[in-house]
Design a protein around this ligand. Structure first.
Ligand code: BEZ
Length: 211
């Protein structure tokens, strides 16, 4: 099944390092990040999991739960977690799905056979509180992801959801935002009391609303 932006995030029940998880129940009212790793005991993945563990408070601040996946069994995840704590200075503090039968990997199209028949690629799915897919990223096995970028996109997505703004090229938290075209000037007067600059009628720039 192809997953596209705006689709319902497929639900599943899986074994994880924190017990059996039903994905939608586990998400509750939170946003979620589901991210896959090619394999346990691999170097790039080890650094990514250490970083994700260190950044967990940043995800929590945004109301986002994180959950990893690798197509190895639970005992392997548990042994690898010890190495991650030892080498990365942070213990894995979120569930890791043990997807040995590739059920979740198949559901989320995380195996790209022309890259590898057996390993998952580095997929990232950001899921909103409405359980819809908000972002999909796919990296090759050899490139570690930038978790600051994942947080940046979540900030942008949450601003859009709450304040009807979009974010321009290379935007970072605190920078000016763009009023989405669907908001008329009339409605914008009420929504954006700090005002805006209309560089073109379709390019209206306003200070970040929640700052
Ligand atoms: C890694 O996580 O280091 C890795 C995994 C598969 C292929 C290449 C690198």
């Amino acid at each position: 099944m192809t997953i596209r932006l705006g689709d319902d995030a497929p639900d599943f029940t899986a074994q994880t390092t924190e017990g059996e998880v039903n994905f939608h129940e586990w998400l509750g009212d939170s946003w979620g990040v589901l991210f896959s790793h090619p394999k346990d005991y691999t170097p790039v993945c080890t650094t990514e999991l250490g970083m994700a563990a260190r950044l967990k408070p940043e995800f929590e601040k945004r109301g986002v739960k994180i959950i990893g996946l690798s197509v190895d069994p639970l005992a392997s995840h548990e042994g690898w977690a010890k190495d991650i704590e030892e080498t990365q200075g942070a213990a894995v503090n979120f569930p890791m799905i043990a997807d040995a039968d590739k059920k979740v990997a198949d559901l989320y199209d995380m195996i790209h056979p022309n890259a590898s028949d057996t390993f998952t690629v580095r997929s990232v799915y950001v899921i909103g509180a409405d359980k819809k897919v908000k972002l999909m990223l796919t990296y090759p096995a050899s490139t570690g992801r930038n978790f600051d970028e994942i947080l940046r996109v979540i900030d942008s997505l949450q601003l859009t959801a709450k304040h009807s703004v979009a974010t321009p090229v290379n935007w970072k938290d605190g920078d000016d935002c763009i009023i989405v075209p669907a908001v008329s000037d009339e409605d914008a007067k009420e929504k954006f009391p700090k005002g805006w600059t209309a560089i073109k009628p379709y390019l209206r720039v306003t200070p970040q609303p929640n700052k």
